[in-house]
Write a protein that binds this ligand. Structure first.
Ligand code: G6P
Length: 367
């Protein structure tokens, strides 16, 4: 069946707008409504006995893995190592018995990720795979297959596969926490409640499309753009920068908010827009003080936060984008939307080939 763009200008735009539906679709196979619990597909090993997790992926899938590290360590208290696949084997990683190796891939065919999978298999690791193509090579190699139900993704820059990966990884983190006795029934029910709210929150984020399209005119003339985030939103800053450089060809860097003063602050002047991803909460104050450091140097800030955060720190920003107030577990899914839309609209302003950016491939099958 040919996949059509329908009323959308680009596949990427269509795929961004499909997210509430495909995330709901994905979550429905990881949530038991009746018991309000998180569930995973069948496996032939004891997930509760896993004592260490090694995450390996490339590109956008790697950033989903970085978010998962925060979640798994916070909720399940299992140590997580993470590498980009092209580096993994070459550092001769320590792989001990009882380890779970987790691979994340939209295509299930990325050569570096596949080579890392084979290396882990040969070194006695149990293999878990989060993959969007159920017939892919990686899917066949898995001891635990965790499918995303994003449907075919045509745009080279990944969008809906990423949020579906996050949905699966949130469920995995919660399940691990339950198995390790780190999450009781009440907490699990609470997590399920928040996961179920995610599609509505994604819709609320998508409602800012027009506003972000306007804002894109402020960003399009820039030569460099900086993205800042802290905690699980730091990988989102990396993902925002990746999206922008992939499709608009503007140089962009994602940085941990607190690390900016150790380098990128030297770049700040009134020509460098700084996109700050900062949901209100325990990490907010620190990030705001990093934002003030940018402003004190003439930097132009776009603050992406919720109403509370914007009321507190929005004044003096070049622009703000108000996200719904969400649980920290789903913030990375929801905050993915404005960075995707911003990259998309900046690329449209610049007139680049959004769905087929130069030099990039949808699936990279060479090492
Ligand atoms: C390519 C694509 C990216 C993708 C990466 C990993 O670089 O252009 O969008 O994130 O490969 O692909 P995978 O299929 O393994 O997730």
């Amino acid at each position: 069946v040919a996949i059509e763009k329908g009323n959308y200008r680009h596949f990427m735009q269509k795929e961004i707008f499909e997210q509430p539906t495909v995330v709901a679709q994905t979550l429905s196979s990881y949530i038991r409504q009746v018991t309000q619990s998180v569930t995973l597909p069948q496996m032939d090993f004891d997930l509760g006995q896993v004592n260490r997790i090694t995450v390996v992926a490339c590109g956008t899938s790697y950033y989903a893995g970085m978010v998962a590290k925060y979640w798994i360590e916070t909720f399940a208290r299992i140590p997580v190592d993470i590498d980009v696949a092209s580096e993994f084997r070459y550092r001769d990683p320590v792989l001990e018995p009882g380890g779970l190796a987790l691979f994340i891939s939209q295509s299930g065919e990325t050569a570096d990720t596949l080579a890392a999978l084979k290396h882990c298999k040969a070194n006695g690791q149990t293999i878990a795979v989060v993959v969007n193509v159920p017939t892919s090579t990686m899917a066949r190699e898995a001891d635990l297959l965790l499918p995303t139900h994003a449907g075919p993704e045509i745009g080279v820059a990944s969008t809906k596969a990423f949020t579906c990966q996050l949905a699966v990884l949130a469920a995995l983190a919660a399940r691990l926490a339950v198995l390790r006795g780190r999450m009781d029934r009440a907490e699990e029910t609470e997590v399920v409640r928040h996961l179920v709210e995610t599609p509505a929150c994604l819709n609320a984020a998508l409602a800012h499309d027009d506003e972000i399209a306007q804002m894109a005119h402020l960003i399009a003339p820039a030569r460099d753009v900086l993205y800042l985030g802290r905690g699980p939103d730091f990988p989102l800053a990396l993902e925002g920068a990746l999206k922008l450089k992939e499709i608009s060809y503007i140089h962009a860097e994602g940085y941990a908010s607190g690390e900016m003063k150790h380098g990128p602050i030297a770049l700040i002047d009134d020509a460098v827009p700084v996109i700050v991803l900062a949901p209100s909460g325990p990490l907010f104050e620190k990030t705001v003080s990093n934002m003030q450091e940018v402003r004190a140097r003439g930097g132009k800030v776009v603050l992406i936060s919720d109403a509370e955060g914007i009321a507190e720190a929005g004044e003096g920003c070049m622009a703000t984008i108000e996200m719904p107030k969400v649980h920290p577990l789903i913030a990375p899914l929801v905050y993915a939307v404005p960075v995707q839309l911003l990259a998309y609209h900046v690329a449209c302003v610049k007139g680049t080939d959004v769905d087929q950016p130069r030099n990039l491939a949808k699936s990279v099958t060479v090492e």
